[in-house]
Design a protein. Structure first.
Ligand SMILES: [Zn+2]
Length: 402
């Protein structure tokens, strides 16, 4: 194994979450027990300091089809709308011919907001069903894996290239980065939205570690990768999406956009906290083990008092948590979910059945909230249940959520 960013062989194990199933594949009844398990371990590179998985599930398994739809949640769609407005106004308000490419465009939610502002849009989405859904809604989308070769045939250059939570499939990382560089206009802005590792650690949100996320960037480690491909970050800030996502604004190394200084402040904070250092991650590993002991104890106590417990949401990340904690249907009767694509399916590994939210007749005594990043939305939508004494437990309870 060599480092996915810098090719170093000096990789140290820092977090071991055991053997886990491919978390984005919810199971049909007949698939239960047949799902393969893969190691889920985070290693830290002693040279470039990037945290990363030491094992890659084949990308056809990971991205060939999935059931995550970004349009499903209102707060995420609102965030994407705000992003489109910000980019349009800050950089291209006077530009006559505006084009945006979204890599990993999902169901086209982000691009629809650009369309409303008069932009010409193109999405690239590797999941066939999801790409079709975007097409059905009038968002031009190609069903391919983006890389250096594919970049040539997309009709660039683009003023804006967007990548939300997808800049991590790094079998092809360097090819993806080269492709972005080649089809980004000279004055273009590449907006990378990624789970910010420093915040993941501070939130205790270890469930964000799963096979799809091969790399765990801080701003320093992202910048190192960008530099290698002739790109550089000139602005960045944190947004509350997924409990703390970094919005990094990137341009060509000789691009025209002046630094705002915000990215430098973030880099300085990483240095001060030591969040790129190996011991930062070793401390995190200890905290994760402690969370497991605490969660098993709390749920066991509720069970011993005869309480009925449902999971709230069946997010992909919930499978990391359930499998690592070893919480199954003996503890949680079902996972309550809105996404119709997950109807009648079971969680991989722990095999908890999924039920649709609008079909739940009687509320449980306890909701164990796996979709914790939508805490405020969930508590608001279920104010009636709270008033009736239903308990909402948050296994991960960050200080900052949508
Ligand atoms: Zn490295």
């Amino acid at each position: 194994m060599i480092c996915r960013v810098c090719d170093s062989t000096r990789l140290d194990l820092v977090i071991d979450l055991g053997q886990q199933p491919w978390c984005n594949h919810f199971l049909r009844q007949e698939e239960i027990g047949k799902e393969p398990f893969y190691p889920l371990k985070v290693v830290h590179c002693a040279d470039c300091e990037t945290a990363q998985l030491d094992f890659t599930v084949p990308k056809e398994t990971m991205f060939g089809d999935h059931t995550y739809l970004s349009g499903v949640t209102r707060s995420l769609s609102q965030h994407f709308e705000q992003v489109a407005h910000e980019v349009n106004q800050r950089f291209f308000s006077q530009h006559p011919d505006k084009t945006v490419l979204d890599i990993g465009s999902n169901d086209g939610t982000q691009l629809k907001h650009y369309q409303k502002l008069g932009w010409k849009v193109l999405g690239v989405e590797s999941s066939k069903g999801t790409a079709q859904r975007a097409l059905d809604q009038g968002v031009p989308t190609q069903n391919v894996f983006f890389d250096k070769i594919k970049a040539q045939g997309l009709g660039g250059p683009f003023q804006v290239i967007n990548a939300s939570g997808v800049f991590f499939h790094l079998e092809d990382l360097h090819s993806v980065a080269d492709g972005i560089c080649s089809c980004l206009a000279p004055d273009g802005v590449f907006l990378v939205q990624f789970l910010y590792m420093q915040k993941i650690v501070e939130n205790g949100a270890f469930d964000q570690i799963y096979h799809e996320h091969l790399l765990y960037y801080n701003l320093k480690t992202l910048e190192r990768l960008l530099q290698r491909h002739g790109l550089t970050c000139f602005d960045a800030y944190l947004a509350p999406i997924h409990g703390g996502s970094m919005m990094a604004f990137v341009q060509h190394r000789d691009g025209p956009h002046p630094s705002t200084g915000r990215e430098k402040a973030i880099l300085a904070e990483e240095e001060r906290k030591g969040s790129n250092r190996k011991d930062w991650y070793l401390n995190f590993a200890q905290r994760i083990a402690q969370m497991k002991r605490e969660n098993i104890e709390i749920l066991g106590e509720r069970k011993s008092r005869g309480k009925r417990i449902y999971g709230m949401g069946a997010p992909v990340k919930g499978n990391t948590l359930l499998n690592y904690f070893q919480i199954g249907p003996a503890t949680i009767d079902c996972l309550v979910e809105k996404n119709e694509l997950r109807r009648n399916l079971f969680s991989p590994g722990m095999h908890i059945p999924i039920r649709m939210e609008n079909e739940i007749q009687t509320a449980p005594d306890v909701y164990y909230v796996l979709a914790w990043n939508f805490k405020h939305e969930i508590l608001k939508n279920h104010a009636d249940l709270l008033a009736r004494g239903v308990e909402f437990l948050f296994p991960v309870d960050p200080d900052w959520v949508a």
